[in-house]
Write a protein that binds this ligand. Structure first.
Ligand code: KG4
Ligand code: ZN
Length: 338
């Protein structure tokens, strides 16, 4: 069976092909031009998806030695994401499926991330704790199967990636902030400033807005002229990153103590962060759990995870009509009742 996946929820256009359970292509085109605006400009994002999606599809087919008629199932991200961006990939997929008389499967982007560990050679084992850290979401989930996910906690304000992006902006590092903060942290002292980790009533929830504000206050207090020497920038970045690591590890450890899981899977764009990866590998080792963190190309937005999730939905017998609409935000309660 040949499965085509298309992802266009934000600033990455991606096309992937899984052929007989083997990933043959996972092409990702990142829209770097948003850097100069300090964030993603939705309309420009939609236009860029529109321009690149057809060439990417052609290249993915070539790399897989397949023709369009060989594709059996066509999957695309339906949400959450930027509505215009989603519309491009989803409408493209529906149009293709309709014209070729193929099966169309809409895929939830976050579910794509949640199961992205399965694209790796070494796979998660159910039940597992999924720690989803992306630009829009921070979730702690108990994943029992391909049909049952229990939400344990989520962020009550900013997502982890959003905090990275906003702090990078405060430090004048540009967008996307995650990789920039990571690089600066490598040269900084993470123990220099004791930024706070939120303690919430709900033990599995996260909050990053207080952390973000305390970084802002620290900068305002110590650098009223807004000139921050490079060494200090590195220390602030490292200390901030360490606070995010502590927050993520703290809640995951709590869940590990309570739920008897086989593995932990750290997924989403922020899972590309080397210090967070290392801390989760250590956490898993100390607790005797298997840890699956996708390779970098499967952490950020990619169509391989969409094709994988779409194939699972298809195999479980799910079928959808061509009027399936994109959704910009996550429907409340989705993870408790899939
Ligand atoms: O999953 P993703 O590609 O898109 C969403 O679904 O949101 O995540 C993007 C987020 C951005 O906030 C970006 O700054 C962050 O992932 N990110 C990182 C790193 N690489 C990307 N954050 C921390 N460290 C990184 N190395
Ligand atoms: Zn994502």
């Amino acid at each position: 069976m040949n499965v085509l996946g298309i992802e266009s929820s934000c600033d990455e256009t991606s096309v992937a092909i899984i052929s007989d359970n083997e990933l043959k292509a996972n092409l990702i085109s990142s829209q770097h031009f948003h850097n100069k605006y300090g964030g993603v400009v939705p309309e420009l994002s939609s236009r860029a998806h529109l321009q690149i999606v057809t060439p990417l599809l052609k290249e993915a087919l070539e790399n897989s030695s397949l023709r369009l008629k060989d594709i059996d199932v066509i999957c695309a991200t339906a949400g959450p994401g930027l509505i215009g961006a989603l519309l491009v990939g989803l409408t493209f997929a529906k149009g293709l499926a309709f014209s070729l008389r193929k099966t169309f499967i809409p895929v939830d982007h976050i579910e794509g991330h949640i199961y992205s560990g399965f694209i790796m050679e070494d796979k998660p084992e159910f039940p597992y704790l999924a720690v989803v850290v992306s630009g829009g979401h921070t979730l702690l989930l108990l994943v029992e199967s391909f049909t049952k996910i229990v939400k344990l906690g989520s962020t009550v304000d900013d997502a982890a990636g959003e905090a990275f992006d906003k702090v990078a902006k405060m430090l004048g590092m540009g967008y996307p902030g995650g990789p920039k903060i990571q690089n600066a942290s490598l040269k900084g002292d993470r123990n220099k400033i004791d930024f706070p980790v939120a303690e919430l009533k709900d033990l599995y929830n996260f909050s990053f807005s207080g952390l973000k504000t305390s970084v802002l206050r620290y900068i305002q207090k110590n650098y009223p002229d807004k000139k921050i020497p490079e060494d200090d920038l590195n220390d602030i970045a490292a200390s901030f990153q360490f606070a995010v690591v502590r927050a993520l590890v703290k809640n995951t450890k709590r869940a590990l103590d309570y739920y008897n899981v086989k593995s932990i899977s750290l997924v989403g764009g922020v899972a590309a962060n080397s210090e967070i990866r290392k801390s989760f590998i250590d956490l898993a080792e100390v607790n005797g759990k298997k840890i699956i963190i996708p390779r970098l190309e499967f952490c950020g937005d990619n169509a391989a995870m969409i094709a994988f999730r779409g194939q699972k939905l298809y195999e479980a017998g799910n079928r959808y009509t061509y009027d399936y609409a994109p959704y910009p935000a996550l429907p409340e309660g989705l993870y408790s009742d899939l």
